[in-house]
Design a protein around this ligand. Structure first.
Ligand code: MG
Ligand code: ZN
Length: 358
């Protein structure tokens, strides 16, 4: 009798475990989170502080649940980095030399988180306010020794795991040294000329090259805005699959290089709006993780003083280049707590990869 009881107990617990595993797996197969990764190029803590006070001490950054810090140095003796090395660290989980994309310092090709997620059934999208072949977006799909090989990077985009993209740089696709017209030749991608066509297209892969070269700054009248492109992209993703979107506020960095606070604040506000849109989406779609970070700080900005009543700041700048100061990682939603703490920029890749490996 006792033996029977033990036997049935074991049998029962096996069934329970088995059932549990089944339902968890069934759940997880469709419940890998949507991931929105927002990268403000050059958007360090001083840039966020400046934006915060100019915007009346309230930004989308207030809405995040957790904050971490990353060490941004590249695989070099100097602790400075660039958007290629830092983008590769975030996208591919390995530090490399400045200028290199999707390769480690020994030129071994790396697999990006976008490629890993694509292999897990994700839909993928990239949006930038630079060219789409610029270092930050390219870190998610390209493998080149030099970030300036724009035409090669454009070719690599055409056969990449990227499903949707919006950014400048049409000339690297059609006015090429090899005489090819990638837009005409592409069998996979449909190219559209505006966001309305992007929205209504039924193609599984869509590219929208917004400008011949780099898009102008917002002060010069750039359209579409990051928020407009992001809203259409979020509509575009099939709700039966998880998605990965990388959204770059590219020109925050350029404002930093110019030590131009007006330029900086306008680009920051646009990036801030894209964060609001992402967090609104995450609040309505709980299986979503939103991360906002930077590749490095640009300009050595300090917020020396300011006025709370008229929302002004007094800016000072330390350099026309990048700095090695840690940059923050803000997170919200699914597994967001994993991104708190102080860690290497490469850990963002590993933390994301972990989320889809269990
Ligand atoms: Mg960039
Ligand atoms: Zn820069």
């Amino acid at each position: 009798m006792k033996t029977n009881f033990i036997f049935y107990s074991i049998l029962l617990s096996c069934c329970l475990v088995f059932n549990n595993t089944l339902s968890q797996n069934a759940d997880r197969d469709f419940k890998y989170p949507n991931i929105i990764l927002l990268i403000g190029d050059g958007n360090g803590l001083s840039q966020i502080s400046a934006g915060n006070y100019v915007m009346g001490n309230q930004t989308a950054f207030d809405r995040f649940e957790f904050v971490g810090l990353i060490k941004v140095h590249a695989d070099e003796v100097s602790i400075l980095t660039d958007s290629a090395a830092a983008g590769t660290a975030i996208a591919c989980g390995k530090k490399t030399k400045s200028g290199m994309l999707g390769m480690d310092a020994e030129k071994n090709e790396l697999t990006s988180i976008l490629e890993i997620l694509k292999g897990k059934g994700y839909q993928t999208g990239l949006i930038a306010t630079s060219t789409i072949v610029h270092a930050t977006p390219a870190a998610f799909y390209a493998k080149v020794e030099a970030r300036s090989e724009y035409e090669l990077i454009a070719s690599q985009l055409m056969s990449s795991s990227v499903d949707f993209f919006v950014g400048g740089g049409e000339k690297y696709f059609i006015e090429r040294e090899d005489g090819k017209n990638l837009i005409k030749e592409s069998k996979q991608f449909e190219f559209v000329d505006n966001l309305d066509d992007f929205r209504s297209s039924q193609s599984e892969k869509i590219g929208y090259l917004t400008h011949e070269n780099n898009p102008p700054s917002l002060l010069e009248g750039r359209t579409p805005t990051l928020g407009e492109s992001l809203s259409v992209l979020l509509e575009k993703f099939d709700s039966n699959k998880p998605f990965f979107a990388m959204v770059e506020g590219s020109q925050i960095d350029w404002a930093g290089h110019d030590n131009d606070i007006e330029f900086l604040i306008s680009e920051f506000k646009e990036f801030n709006q894209a964060i609001d849109i992402s967090l609104d989406f995450a609040e309505n779609n709980p299986s979503t993780l939103v991360i906002a970070t930077a590749d490095h700080e640009t300009g050595g900005l300090s917020v020396n003083n300011g006025n709370l009543e008229n929302n002004t700041i007094i800016d000072a700048w330390g350099t026309g280049g990048h700095t090695a100061t840690f940059v923050p990682v803000f997170s919200f939603g699914y597994d967001a707590i994993e991104f708190s703490g102080l860690y290497e920029n490469t850990e963002i890749f590993h933390k994301l990869k972990n989320i889809v490996s269990h």
